[in-house]
Design a binder for this molecule. Structure first.
Ligand code: ZN
Ligand code: ZN
Length: 649
């Protein structure tokens, strides 16, 4: 799970531009009706077309959650080419049957969501979010596409959360209403984090939240649900065993086998082995580090290194890590307590997480030892201070980056400060982290990272952890989860290596359905559920992702070009030359020249279309769009977003 950067600046530009288009159109119209929404052009070359065109509305009204399937050429997702999503109509056969289908988390690390369908009763495991990648401008995050559950809401028996990380619970406040508020289950800390998400949207009172204890199975419908302790990087992480009439399904959740865990008990090896002894039909298991040989390093090793460094530091200590690594935060706080240092926290997500953990007793500190960074800090001697901060991934707006730039409101980094980055840069963040480290060095700080010292370990098991899980549980079928396809494929290879046959290893993608027969054999259904990108964008929830992201990318790369054509309602003939408005596209003398030629091209295309007998607004707009595409490509080798608008007078 990772933190994210804010791309909202692009969004702001986009919104303000759309507003100006809208106002401008209103002016031009002088009361005339605008034609229907401008639409997607039909380009005439092999080059990919731009996405469809947004409506000229001031801003998108908050959409209820009605995701539509989106077709697109967009290829995000960690660098592999995901085929364009298709609209799926799935007719599940009635009758008694066990099925498993992921709706998120099988093509990405994030937005985890898996459905276990027992005789048409639905048990959902996790409702997570995915932070956007670099090529998804202006969005906050993505959530799983749950449109396939529409009409079956009353069949949802339980939503089960494995642990409190946002890639497992982060979608909850966006989808509870859509799912008709099904009962939710999770361990104590997990449910505290779920509640926090729901509180923010004032939904808690409508939800049925249930805290479950480890080793105390609960019966829901025909299924007995059992939470088993695993070690990860946040306390109370669970694997889930679903005892169905067809056999036991084990979902590992995020795990590593830490034999010397800090701040939490070890995993429940005994119970996992016991389940294995009794027989497990299928295991759905974490694949995040399936490509990495050996064992994941124990949190204890990190804790020892951290303690030594913290003890040796003469001046202030600034420690940066993920706000989600609660066990690491707990270690730093524990060491600070031992070394008589006060802890100052900088960064909202970190403050909130620590607050919940302290409130519930997962971090135990004397009153007043943990504070927010703020005025008054300078009165405390440097060697009595630890500053815990977000921004270990080099995120521009996070506290650590601001400290490096000297723009942090309360912390001025100076000679004598020791900065510890207890994290690893996530793929793609290396440059941003290096920038922050450089800045901190320039200010005179001594910066220590995981490159020189063991200052970070993962919460996800390496190959040996994964193999140990399979050796304990010995499931008949293996379903690698939580990972991009290459991670899950590596997990499949691991299973093959310990004797699993190909028909026992199931590499599903989001939306694919695995069906079990009475003999316990499993096969992939020919049918597939829709699993599109659903984006969350500020307060607007549930806008469908791909088109909007494509549009933003096009505007980001090549700008936008709007042509307004005033036409006589009867004859559809142009009243005057089309009006042109563009942004981020051409400038200065080039602009007026291009606009002049574009005007001629529009006129020509429009009139030719009319002469051919095109009377429909849609067809005429298509003509104009295609002509403009040809013109821009030929003239400028660029593809701005093109928006033709026809106004009848
Ligand atoms: Zn996790
Ligand atoms: Zn996770």
């Amino acid at each position: 799970m990772m933190e994210y950067e804010d791309h909202s600046s692009v969004l702001t530009i986009y919104k303000s531009f759309m507003k100006s288009v809208h106002e401008w159109v209103k002016k031009v119209m002088t009361g005339s009706p605008v034609s229907e929404t401008p639409q997607k052009p039909v380009p005439d070359s092999t080059k990919p077309a731009s996405g469809s065109v947004p409506t000229p509305a001031a801003k998108t009204p908050p959409q209820k959650f009605h995701p539509r399937p989106v077709r697109s050429n967009h290829q995000p997702k960690g660098g592999f080419n995901k085929p364009a999503p298709k609209e799926q109509t799935v007719h599940l056969p009635n009758g008694k049957l066990l099925r498993i289908y992921p709706l998120g988390g099988f093509e990405e690390v994030g937005r985890n969501c898996l459905v276990v369908d027992v005789d048409s009763d639905l048990y959902i495991i996790d409702l997570g979010l995915q932070f956007p990648e670099e090529d998804m401008p202006g969005i906050d995050y993505l959530i799983p596409d749950l449109s396939s559950l529409r009409g079956r809401e009353n069949k949802i028996k339980a939503v089960i959360f494995t642990h409190g990380h946002l890639d497992h619970i982060g979608a909850v406040q966006h989808v509870m209403a859509q799912l008709h508020f099904p009962p939710c289950y999770g361990t104590r800390l997990t449910m505290a984090f779920v509640k926090k998400r729901l509180d923010e949207e004032k939904l808690t009172s409508r939800c049925r939240l249930n805290t479950v204890e480890f080793k105390k199975p609960i019966k829901i419908g025909s299924v007995e649900i059992e939470f088993l302790r695993v070690t990860h990087s946040i306390p109370d992480s669970a694997a889930i065993a679903l005892h169905t009439p067809y056999g036991t399904i084990v979902h590992t959740g995020d795990f590593k086998f830490d034999l010397t865990p800090m701040n939490e008990p070890p995993a429940d090896f005994q119970r996992l082995a016991e389940l294995g002894e009794k027989g497990v039909l299928a295991i759905i298991a974490d694949s995040t580090n399936a490509t990495k040989p050996g064992n994941a390093l124990s949190e204890k090793a990190i804790s020892g290194t951290l303690f030594n460094l913290m003890r040796e530091a003469k001046g202030r200590l600034i420690v940066s890590t993920f706000s989600s690594l609660l066990n690491r935060l707990a270690q730093v706080i524990e060491h600070a307590k031992t070394l008589n240092r006060k802890v100052y926290v900088s960064g909202r997500s970190m403050e909130q997480n620590i607050e919940i953990a302290v409130e519930l007793g997962y971090i135990q500190v004397p009153r007043g030892m943990i504070r927010k960074v703020g005025p008054g800090m300078e009165k405390i001697p440097d060697r009595e201070i630890v500053i815990l901060t977000t921004g270990s991934q080099g995120e521009e707006r996070a506290s650590l980056a601001r400290m490096g730039l000297g723009t942090h409101q309360h912390v001025r980094v100076k000679r004598g400060d020791t900065v510890i980055l207890s994290s690893n840069p996530i793929l793609g963040n290396e440059r941003a982290v290096a920038k922050v480290v450089n800045n901190l060095n320039l200010l005179g700080a001594n910066v220590l990272t995981n490159q020189e010292l063991a200052l970070h370990t993962t919460g996800h098991g390496y190959q040996n952890d994964i193999l140990l899980m399979h050796r304990l549980v010995r499931a008949k079928h293996v379903i690698p989860e939580h990972g991009e396809p290459y991670m899950r494929a590596a997990h499949g290879d691991l299973a093959r290596g310990i004797g699993y046959a190909d028909n026992q290893i199931h590499l599903l993608t989001n939306g694919e359905i695995l069906e079990f027969d009475a003999q316990g054999n499993a096969r992939r259904s020919k049918q597939k559920f829709t699993a599109n990108d659903i984006i969350i964008d500020g307060r607007t929830t549930g806008a469908e992702g791909q088109t909007i992201m494509d549009d933003r990318k096009i505007m980001n790369n090549a700008g936008i070009f709007v042509a307004v054509m005033k036409v006589y309602a009867e004859s559809m003939r142009l009243v005057s030359d089309p009006l042109i408005l563009s942004r981020g596209f051409t400038y200065g003398t080039e602009q007026s020249l291009i606009n002049k030629e574009a005007t001629a091209a529009i006129r020509k295309a429009y009139e030719e279309g009319l002469t051919r007998g095109d009377k429909s607004i849609a067809a005429l707009k298509r003509e104009v769009t295609s002509a403009l595409f040809r013109f821009f490509r030929h003239k400028l080798d660029r593809e701005p977003m093109v928006m033709p608008i026809i106004i009848e007078v």
